[in-house]
Design a protein around this ligand. Structure first.
Ligand code: PLP
Length: 432
């Protein structure tokens, strides 16, 4: 049967009558690649299924959380039991402490942790805390890094903002944006110069240690160490935004891989097991400023929600107790990247493949990619041809050159082989 998205096209049209652009998060609209986004009916393991009856091998994984694959039976069973006990109480529960304890055990730089409902909430709240602690106002971020959609950090942001070519959003007051300074990722000298000029005013540097929102970019050897040294020297806090990389590039996140201890860390995605969760945590002396322990206000009706905590805890426990989980998922990701690279080469392309654990990315770019500007020099037209050719063959990658891809523990050797074979066909189309 020929590939068809007819039902999704009708559904998309109807959704646009009630929801801006028909979606609740911009990149889902396929604006960057054109065409109709498949409306998803269900997901299981490595697969998602759309309302037209198409089945896809999924490398989006809900943009990161589904590291165990979709509808993992044990996570689902625990959620079923939890739902019977009520969906929200707005009062303390044992499970919040359990999840918090597990996180502090796995990520040693986190001594205390506060749960919120999204990555955006985590990075928004952590900036208030950093400003209160240092009594300074300015924040440094890196071009192409994305930390969510709140005002202070929607400046030179990656992810959807890059895809849509909207670097800064209307509605962000200049007065707020002017407190956010930006430098290029992987440019330690640039950061050093900025601190030499304004170091006394800078409360914190927030960084995706392994940026996954301008495509997947890797830190140059020694770069993160320099960022740590510079912040320490000037008394600014170092915030690792590990919403994507946490429990993903390794169990202990990028800070484990690169052996760097940030002052504060933001988490999300995997720690919610597919339910809405974010968290921020770090040094006890800083975290104790948060209300009610201290004066920095931050709250949430649904924060620490029992269903979200259940899914998160079930996920992290499975990750902890499955022997060799990270070794296997990393090896599978390497095998997939190697196979795809070979297929690209057969078609004469020497494209850039990047990998960090089970996170990977392909730049349609034959030059080195190490920051936002070099990422932007990728061939978006070629990516779009590739993307649609893959979708039609039942392989679901993120609909943007500037997003990372996610392997799950549910992906099989057959999935990987099918993806490599489909890539061969798709690269041929690009070469035509
Ligand atoms: N930080 C990073 C590194 C992210 O990748 C994202 C989302 O993709 C966020 C923060 C924002 O998280 P959320 O979409 O849950 O608000």
């Amino acid at each position: 049967m020929a590939f068809s998205l007819n039902k999704s096209a009708t559904a998309f049209k109807e959704a646009k009558q009630y929801i801006p652009g028909g979606v609740n998060s911009p990149v889902r609209s396929f604006r960057g690649v054109g065409g109709t986004p498949p409306f998803i009916a269900k997901a299981s393991g490595s697969r998602v299924y759309d309302i037209d009856g198409n089945e896809y091998i999924d490398y989006v994984g809900s943009w990161g959380p589904m590291i165990l694959g979709h509808a993992h039976p044990e996570v689902t069973a625990e959620l079923r039991e939890a739902i019977e006990r009520g969906t929200s109480y707005g009062a303390p529960t044992l499970i919040e402490t359990e999840l918090a304890r597990l996180i502090t055990e796995v990520v040693p730089s986190i001594e205390l942790v506060r749960f919120v409902n999204s990555g955006t909430e985590a990075t928004m709240s952590v900036l208030r805390l950093a400003r209160a602690y240092t009594k300074r106002n300015k924040i440094v971020k890196f071009a192409g890094c994305y930390h969510g959609h709140h005002d202070s950090l929607l400046v030179k942001a990656g992810s959807g903002a890059t895809t849509l070519g909207v670097p800064d959003s209307p509605g962000v007051p200049e007065a707020i944006a002017s407190n956010t300074l930006t430098v290029d990722y992987n440019d330690a000298e640039g950061l050093s110069h900025l601190f030499a000029k304004q170091g006394e005013e800078i409360a914190a540097v927030i960084i995706e240690p392994v940026p996954g929102n301008m495509g997947l970019v890797l830190p140059k050897p020694g770069y993160l160490e320099k960022v740590r040294a510079i912040t320490e020297h000037y008394g600014a806090l170092l915030i690792f935004d590990e919403v994507m990389s946490g429990f993903r590039v390794a169990f202990g996140g990028a800070q484990e891989v690169y052996n760097i201890s940030p002052d504060l860390t933001c988490l999300g995605k995997v720690i919610g097991g597919g339910l809405p969760v974010g968290a921020y945590g770090g040094r006890k002396d800083i975290m104790e400023l948060i209300a009610p322990a201290g004066p920095v206000y931050q709250a949430g009706t649904l924060s620490g929600n029992p269903l979200a905590m259940t899914a998160g805890l079930a996920t992290l426990r499975l990750l902890a107790h499955t022997d060799g989980f990270y070794e296997k998922i990393t090896a599978n990701t390497s095998a997939l990247c190697a196979g795809m690279r070979a297929k690209a080469k057969e078609c004469g392309f020497n494209f850039r493949f990047h990998q960090a654990g089970s996170l990977f990315g392909l730049f349609f770019n034959e030059q080195a990619v190490y920051d936002y500007n070099s990422a932007k020099r990728s061939d978006v037209t070629a990516f779009n041809i590739y993307f649609h050719a893959m979708l039609e063959q039942g392989i679901y990658f993120a609909p943007s050159q500037f997003e990372a891809a996610f392997m799950s523990g549910a992906h099989t050797q057959e999935d990987i082989e099918a993806t490599i074979a489909a890539s061969g066909n798709a690269f041929k189309k690009v070469a035509e």
